[in-house]
Design a protein around this ligand. Structure first.
Ligand code: CTP
Length: 133
């Protein structure tokens, strides 16, 4: 059997423990983990706000994580389009999206929902900072 290739994707703006836990769990399941990092323009297109930390820095931080084998800069949320390009064996998604990506199973890709870490997110950090100012 060849190497099992896993994929996960996010913005990883102000990298936090929830991001690390998900990436660590993902790497437990595969041999080679590719992490998609969303471009600033992609984030702006659906959140109507640019990330605090620019893409080059977010990508460099994610690339330095020991569980990450490769970073893929990505400008789409269309996981099927990404699968068409890189044909990963498994995709890891936070369980707040449970069931929403099951259609990828029809392509022969394993869809794995991993538990989110409670009580932390980029949104929460921004809110906490605002409250403290
Ligand atoms: N994630 C997680 N646990 C958290 C926060 C994020 O497991 N508490 C996971 C997400 O499920 C996703 C990855 O980390 O797979 C990247 O998430 P991202 O959207 O970049 O981070 P959030 O902190 O959720 O950002 P936001 O608050 O802007 O949605």
């Amino acid at each position: 059997m060849g190497k099992l290739i896993g994929y996960t994707q996010g913005t990883y703006d102000m990298f936090h423990i929830g991001h690390l836990n998900l990436i660590k769990n993902a790497k437990r399941r595969c041999d080679y983990l590719i992490v998609g990092v969303n471009t600033d323009e992609l984030v702006e297109s659906y959140k109507h706000k640019r990330p605090i930390i620019p893409l080059a820095e977010r990508a460099e931080i994610v690339r330095a994580i020991r569980y990450v084998d490769e970073v893929l800069i990505t400008d789409t949320l269309d996981k099927k389009a990404i699968w068409d390009k890189i044909r990963f064996d498994e995709i890891y998604i936070g369980d707040d999206w449970k069931g929403k990506f099951d259609f990828l199973k029809d392509e022969g890709c394993e869809v794995v929902y991993l538990p989110r870490t409670p009580e932390i997110s980029t949104t929460q950090i921004k809110k906490d900072l605002n409250d403290k100012m």
